[in-house]
Every structure is written in C-alpha cells, then in structure tokens.
Design a protein around this ligand. Structure first.
Ligand code: URP
Ligand code: ZN
Ligand code: ZN
Length: 460
C-alpha cells in the first residue's frame, strides 16, 4: 500500500521546495518533482508544509518527583505529542539512589513498551555515581541509550557533586556518550530558598527569585569546564538564561563539543506568569524557572546562531489541583515541571510567523538536529528516500487558540491558555500510518516502538 503526499512544500533545514512524497509501508520510497510519482492513495498537501515529524528530545512521562508523579502516561503523553506533530519522544529513565542503571532501564522499558502511540527512546538520569554505575553506562550505550543526564541542582535527590560529575564525564568520554546537564547551582539555591521561607516569602514567584539566572550561568560555566578537562561531550538541557547562553556560545566558539537546548516556555512565558493571583503562579513552576522577559530576545538569537541547536519541551505535567497545590504555603513543595509536549511545533512555528527564525530553522531545531544529536539520523529527522515515514502535513494558514479545554495532555491546565496561534497540524504519519487527520486521532498505544539510538552525530 502506497500513499502519495502531493503538492506540498517539503521543508528541510535548507528551506522549502515543492515536491511529492511517496510513502511505501513504513518508510519514504521517493521524493520527486510534482506530478512524477503515483500512489494508491493521495493526501492533498497543496498550500501546506510537509515536514519531518517533530522530535521532542526531552520529556518526562510518569516521572516520579517530590512524592508524586507527572500525570501524562506514556499513552496519553505520546497521543498528545502526535496531535501536535511530534512523532518521536526521548524520555528519561530515572535512576533512584541505591539502584542500578540497568534495572532502571528495564523498569522504564516496561512502563513504555506497548503503551506508546509514537516511537520513543530513552536517556538515562544518573543520580548515584559509583563504580557499578560507571560500568553500567557502557551497557546502556549498547542498549541504545547513549546520553546521560546529571544534575547540579536538587541536593539530596538527583544532585551530583563536581567530583561525581567529573567521574561520569571521564567515563562518557571513554565510551563516546554525551552528558546532559541540568545546570543550576542547587547548593546555593537551596540556601536562598530556605532564607526566603524563613522570612515568610512563600509564594510561587519565590521559586524564580531564589534561582537567579547568575546561578544557572555559573553552573553552566562549571559544567563546561568539567567537560573541557575530561573531554566529554556536553549538552545543556532546558537553558533559560542569557548568562548560560553566553557561556555556551564561548565554549562553542572555542571548538568544544558543547550543545544546548531551550524550551518554548522560556521563549514565550516569564516570571510575570508566576505572579498570577490565587496561587495560579504555581502552574509555571519548573526548573530552571521562568525568567524576566529580557532573556527571551537572547534565546531567539541563540536559536538563530545555533548556540541553541534544539528546542525540546521538558514536558513534565502536574495538575494544578492536588499536585501543584501541595506547595500552598511553601513554594519548595510545588512539584517542578510544566506541560507542553503538544504545542512545541506550533509555538516554534509562531517564531517563523514573527520573523524570529526561518522555516528551515524551525524544522532543524525541532526535528533534524535532535535526530542527529541523539543518534537517530537519517532514520528520523528528514524527508528522504529510506527514512521512516514520520511526516507532518502542516497548514500554515490555519489558526487556533490553545486551551486546557481542547488540548489532549492529561493535565488540568494549559501554560499557554488563550494563546492565539497561526498554523496548525493537518495530518500526521507515524511510520507510514496516518495517526492524526482532520477527522481526529487514528493511532493506538502500542504502535510506537523503542528506538535504539546511535551516539551523538555532531562530535568532532
Ligand atoms: O522542572 C522541571 N524541569 N522538571 C523536570 C525535571 C527536570 O529537571 O528536567
Ligand atoms: Zn532538568
Ligand atoms: Zn526535564
């Protein structure tokens, strides 16, 4: 059975061309000049973009955090992702202290296996550095998990000391893996947070005020130095602050293997959202926190210059009711994380509409670069013969208003409530199967397969 996607603008990092795309089974059979290919069925893409499916390289489905867990399951989260034009997620397996990496990986496989509507891979969160953990990092790579997230924040939970980070980076260098870093100075932050609570400052906005951008900049610089000393590739996750971006840009100018992602919330939301009355600011508590609006122009520039090369969501949804509310009276008890997996492609398309990034850069930061960064290219991230037929037909002229009343994520609020956007997903194919069309969702949990990934394809 073949399907022809006809007459659309096929977008790649180098721009858009009018072409037809022939899908045969699970893969793309050919990309040809308009009118040169034929299929059993046809999808009319005239006036629309045809994109490689989005790759969200940073999600947390069913993540245990602060005595609760994020509310999207692998099923609900991947269905929501598909609705928004994302056809691959890379989620995080979380090593609890005292447990092994391989048992953690087994656990996450059993959570996801048979439950995902789109393809998925894993990174590994390392929170217990010891000889056994370091040895197991190699087995993780062999199992298709070649990226390891570490934390300079959350002392007593996920936090690693500089010495532990150094040891893990030495091992990463040895086995060709990439260390992903949550770069905030958690020791200093916890002190500031304790001082705020002692002084009676307990509202959600204090979460941002006690995590100043300088402490993200400092931790980012420190992570870069540790990576330089060890020779480890480094990928800074969820970069939010101008100070951190400056450190990344300097390292990249010096030729170091340092990469960074940002997230839509840092491009569109700000500390002002955290000041909303009636505790509503808690909806925007994530780490790093939302910043002053002045950081946003720098982040857009970073996306243009490739000092920020990936846009991920850090999707980690907690309901306002009963979960975010745990922190009434003490902002430190608000579970950290925000929903967003459904809206990344649309929000970044809005950056194209606003002239912040080009069409090609939209596709590059949301699909092609994440594929290369995390060893999925050319299976994913490109519309080319032989690649998986993960394809989004996107209507650039459609309009929509984001709302919890209409989104598909399993969470009781939208961080982007009332945002009016130009552009909307029309049709989504996941490995050749139409999973979203204007008629609705046609996929199913279990269609999504685990992706055993190669190593970072950008290393020099
Ligand atoms: O607040 C956040 N970002 N929660 C998810 C965990 C993490 O640090 O990425
Ligand atoms: Zn993090
Ligand atoms: Zn995260």
């Amino acid at each position: 059975m073949t399907t022809l996607i006809q007459g659309g603008q096929v977008v790649s990092p180098s721009g858009a061309i009018t072409a037809d795309v022939l899908v045969d089974g699970e893969t793309i059979a050919a990309v040809g000049a308009p009118g040169t290919l034929a299929g059993d069925e046809t999808i009319d893409a005239a006036g629309k973009y045809v994109l490689p499916g989005g790759i969200d390289a940073h999600t947390h489905m069913e993540m245990p955090f602060g005595g609760t867990h994020s509310v999207d399951s692998f099923e609900t989260g991947t269905i929501a992702a598909a609705w928004g034009g994302t056809t691959t997620i890379i989620d995080f397996a979380v090593q609890a202290k005292g447990t092994s990496l391989l048992s953690t990986l087994d656990k996450w496989h059993s959570k996801a296996d048979g439950n995902c509507a789109i393809d998925y891979g894993f990174h590994m969160i390392v929170s217990d550095v010891n000889d056994a953990t370091l040895k197991e990092m190699r087995s993780c790579v062999d199992g298709g998990v070649g990226s390891f997230k570490m934390f300079m924040a959350y002392p007593g939970v996920f936090y690693s000391t500089d010495g532990e980070i150094l040891r893990a980076m030495q091992q990463a260098r040895e086995i060709g893996a990439t260390v992903m870093m949550h770069a905030e100075n958690g020791i200093a932050i916890d002190e500031l947070a304790a001082q705020a609570v002692a002084a009676g400052r307990t509202d959600p906005v204090e979460h941002s005020l006690t995590r100043p951008p300088e402490l993200e900049g400092e931790a980012t610089s420190r992570a870069i130095r540790l990576a330089q000393v060890t020779g480890s590739p480094l990928y800074i996750v969820h970069l939010s602050a101008s100070q951190a971006l400056a450190a990344v840009a300097e390292a990249r100018d010096n030729g170091q293997n340092v990469f960074a992602e940002t997230c839509p919330q840092y491009l569109y939301l700000s500390i002002e959202d955290m000041m909303k009355p009636d505790f509503e600011g808690a909806k925007f508590v994530a780490s790093p926190p939302l910043r002053e609006k002045s950081h946003q122009a720098d982040l857009w520039r970073g996306l243009r210059t490739n000092d920020l090369s990936v846009v991920s969501t850090d999707h980690c949804p907690f309901c306002f009711k009963d979960q975010k509310e745990l922190g009434r009276g003490d902002f430190r008890a608000i579970p950290n994380g925000m929903p967003g997996v459904e809206h990344r492609m649309d929000l970044l398309h809005q950056g194209v509409v606003a002239g912040e990034i080009t069409l090609g850069r939209w596709v590059e930061t949301c699909s092609t670069t994440p594929a290369r960064m995390f060893g999925l290219y050319p299976r994913k991230g490109v519309i080319a013969a032989g690649s998986d037929a993960d394809i989004v037909v996107y209507d650039p002229a459609a309009t929509q208003t984001l709302s919890a009343a209409t989104h598909h994520m399993n969470v009781d609020y939208s961080a982007y409530e009332g945002f009016s956007l130009t552009g909307k997903v029309h049709t989504v194919l996941s490995r050749g199967r139409v999973v979203v069309s204007p008629d609705g969702f046609h996929g199913n949990a279990g269609h999504g397969k685990f992706l055993s990934r190669e190593l970072n394809q950008y290393l020099n």
